[in-house]
Design a protein around this ligand. Structure first.
Ligand code: AMP
Length: 391
């Protein structure tokens, strides 16, 4: 059975066609610069990368080109072969406790959450609508970044702010990267061979979050109402005293919205180092003795450890820490320094394994708490949920 996994952003659309239940990728790709005269569509299949440039002014046309491309590159013989489309949706609020088959009502419910995710949900809806038009007879499923964290209890998800903000405006922590945290923690539980477990997942990519998973359920996570909360990221600040907003708005004659924009786009690695949001550049900078790159790394490690310590206590122990996403899977220096900082909790780093790539244990055999690299696969989660619900 072939399932298409889709992740639509405001000017991009990523896709992957998988054979299920084998979870094998047939083709993947993306459309970038939607809305421009020189949009780029890329297909990766059979070890080849095919890139073309078109004028693609909207998502509807982007979807048509993706479907035409799947046929042209013989990933499918006919559209009937696609048995379902799984869409990543960033914010499911408190409405969606699981993934769902998309209906008109579901689209309206997702739209009703736009206030909570103004950068993401409208783009996700655009993708959904384009695919529903193009493939009207195929089940389409919405998989939310937030549902995995709906198991958090009030003490973890409520802010200590006026309770009416929650009642009136649904202000609370939702958490994100749920499909990734679920995929990685399920795989980790499988490796540990333990149904009862305490796992921390560090999803460290350009966006980054930490999640505490107890017996298969998310009990706390670092992102909040929006992805801005938590640990610092490529360009996001993570936690910061909200009083900074007023101070900078006054000093730099900016609106609060503009300061928040700075916290989203000019902070994190980029803000501290002053030159890059990419961990590769930060590590290079550190290696040549650049003071601020080193500082960006140190702050990052310290803030990741803050969460790990807190989750260790909150869960009452720890079986394993897992590293995933672009940085978590590829940057041994960051894993090394985080794990070294966790020695007090009973983790011992295997320096040799830590230098390698791909799924593996990177703690020593006698380490009380295990450490793993587990490559994430959000597309597989989308496809799994699509198969489960289309049945
Ligand atoms: P993601 O958002 O998961 O795609 O992660 C993207 C980030 O991963 C990039 O911005 C880099 O900071 C980081 N990254 C990717 N490849 C490497 C690598 N080989 N070494 C270190 N960091 C990497």
């Amino acid at each position: 059975m072939k399932i298409l996994a889709v992740n639509a952003g405001s000017s991009s659309l990523k896709f992957q066609l998988l054979v299920m239940p084998e979870e094998k990728e047939i083709v993947s790709g993306q459309v970038e610069r939607i809305g421009w005269d020189d949009a780029i569509i890329t297909f990766k299949l059979n070890g080849e990368k095919i890139k073309e440039t078109f004028q693609i002014l909207n998502h509807k046309y982007a979807v048509e080109l993706v479907i035409q491309g799947l046929l042209k590159h013989k990933a499918i013989e006919s559209l009937e072969e696609i048995k379902g489309v799984g869409h990543r949706v960033v914010q499911g609020g408190e409405i969606f406790k699981t993934s769902v088959i998309i209906t008109d009502e579901v689209v309206e419910q997702i739209r009703s959450l736009n206030d909570l995710a103004p950068l993401h949900n409208p783009a996700n809806i655009t993708g959904i609508e384009a695919f529903r038009k193009a493939l009207p007879n195929i089940p389409q499923v919405a998989v939310f970044d937030t549902t995995f964290h709906q198991t958090m209890t009030e003490d973890a998800y409520l802010y200590a702010a006026p309770y009416e903000w929650y009642e009136k405006y649904h202000v609370r922590k939702y958490g994100f990267h749920g499909t990734s945290h679920q995929f990685v923690s399920e795989r980790c539980a499988e490796i540990l061979g333990k149904k009862e477990h305490k796992i921390i997942v560090a999803h460290l990519g350009n966006g980054a979050s930490i999640c505490a998973v107890k017996n298969g359920k998310s009990v706390d996570t670092s992102m909040g109402l929006t992805p801005l909360e938590g640990i610092p990221m490529g360009t996001r600040s993570g936690n910061i005293d909200p009083a900074v907003l007023m101070l900078i708005a006054g000093k730099e004659d900016k609106t609060i919205g503009e300061v928040i924009d700075d916290l989203n786009k000019k902070s994190g690695y980029l803000g501290v180092s002053g030159f890059s949001n990419d961990s590769r550049d930060i590590i290079d900078g550190m290696n040549r003795g650049d003071y601020r790159a080193t500082l960006a790394h140190k702050i990052q490690v310290k803030r990741i450890l803050d969460y790990i310590g807190s989750y260790y206590v909150y869960m009452g122990g720890l079986d394993a820490i897992c590293f995933t996403a672009g940085i978590g899977e590829n940057a041994p220096e960051i894993r090394r320094d985080v794990i070294k900082g966790m020695e007090v909790l009973g983790v011992k780093l295997d320096e040799v394994e830590n230098e390698k790539r791909g799924e593996r244990m990177i703690s020593t055999k006698d380490s009380k708490v295990k450490a793993f690299i587990i490559p994430t696969n959000e597309e597989v989660m989308l496809a799994r949920e699509t198969v489960r619900l289309s049945k």
